[in-house]
Write a protein that binds this ligand. Sequence first.
Ligand code: NAD
Length: 494
Amino acid sequence: MNVRENLKALNIEKRAYIDGKFVDAVSGKVMQKISSIDGTIIDNIAECDAVDVDRAVDAAKRAYFSGVWADKSPAEKKSVMLKLAALMEENIEELALLDTFETGRSYQNYLHDSIPKAVEVVRYFAEAVDKYYDKMIPPRGKDFGLITRVPLGVVGAITPWNDPLVVDAWKFAPALLMGNSIVMKPAEQASLSLLKLAALTSEAGIPDGVFNVVTGYGEIVGKALALHRDVRGIFFTGSSDTGKKILTYAGQSNMKKVALECGGKGAYIVTANCNNVGEAAKVLADNMFYNQGQICSAPSRVIIDKTKFDEFMNCLRTECERYVPGDPFDTENNVGCVVSVEQYQKIQNYIALAKSEGAEVYQAVGRKKHSEKAACVQPTIISNIAANSRVVTEEIFGPVVVVLTVNSTAEALTLANDSNYGLAGAVWTNDFDEAFHVAKNLEVGLVHVNSYGNDDNSAPFGGVKESGLGKDKSIYSFDEYSDLKTIWIHHSAH
Ligand code: NAD
């Protein structure tokens, strides 16, 4: 199969999607960026601004108050969303091609992992919505209460580029199923798959104005959406620095509801009681290196008892060879490039910093680059580094793992929690009490015990501290996209 030829044959939509139509930015401007795959130019994606955000929010507001979607029964919404999931599946190759083209991640990985996961997210929420009950405050004399769940109205979603349709689906599926209208702002590095999805929403039967996509830069479009007074909730995934700005925008405007899924520096604790160090190294490599490490929940900070260090490092060096990057369009490859030249440089700067601090830096053996301009980074393991180095404390968002040694599990826990982040973590041990003690005391939203990343859509996902607030995934996510409204009823019946 010649994947590049398939890409050339596509008629790629690059305009914003507002009120059921593809439209240019009012300014007529378009964005231009450099492909991390081969240095060619990707251009002509609509560069919208606040005027276009106003148009999209107006359309979403009209659609919401018309009741054309919000008033549909849960079963009707479910049926439309299941159709959307089926259409995504029918168009899976195109969606995978578009994401590879823009982000440089391997086509194989999008086709067999990322996009199927996005389809499953839509199915999970669609299947859940008509099994959901509201609550009642039981009668007390002649009074009782109904605790009902109501949509927020128009909501905005701002998403990143590292797993575009999965994160998009975490937002739009529960938002739409709760009856909201939505304006989505994809990352400027990954807009095309969401524009294709917009066309599919119409085909699935989502009415005009209910689902909108406004492309453009974060500082312009994202900011305008988060500041908009008619937007009643803003749902963000991205870096912690931008997340803090989103909170400010909500405060500066209408106190809209905010949920933030931000960065991480996942602690991966391996204790002296771990009897399967080889498996711990394999699972680490699988979760650390698969998308060139561009994963918010990546276990990028190994904290290991010093008695297990040598065995673990030997295994990890072998395991990381499975994640050597190559041409993202080559169907033999499971790892492609990083998203951009800027991201590539940022990662290289961290590696250079570690070297300048005297750390030991191991890199997987590379292969010949498919293009001189390809921005690929070899899986990298950094050890013998101070716990307060920026390489250890900051999120690198590349295939770079740091390994710290400790003398006890208590020390491991203290070190793990000495972080601004708290998204996900793990403990590997064959001592059950120790596993539960660490799991209970690790300051994160999700802890894996003797595993990593194998949770499914039923697991709430979201961090503490500067990793954010609120939850994606699971039925708890419906709470984010709705408000509780109490109806207190007095009656005179005997
Ligand atoms: P980013 O914060 O730069 O951008 C994320 C989104 O925010 C993009 O759509 C961008 O255009 C927009 N944006 C940027 N500045 C904005 C502003 N001032 N106002 C409004 N919107 C703005 O992050 P990124 O580099 O695209 O993504 C990588 C980051 O995302 C990493 O930190 C990663 O950990 C995080 N992430 C978190 C999760 C999670 O679920 N916790 C998932 C994926 C990625």
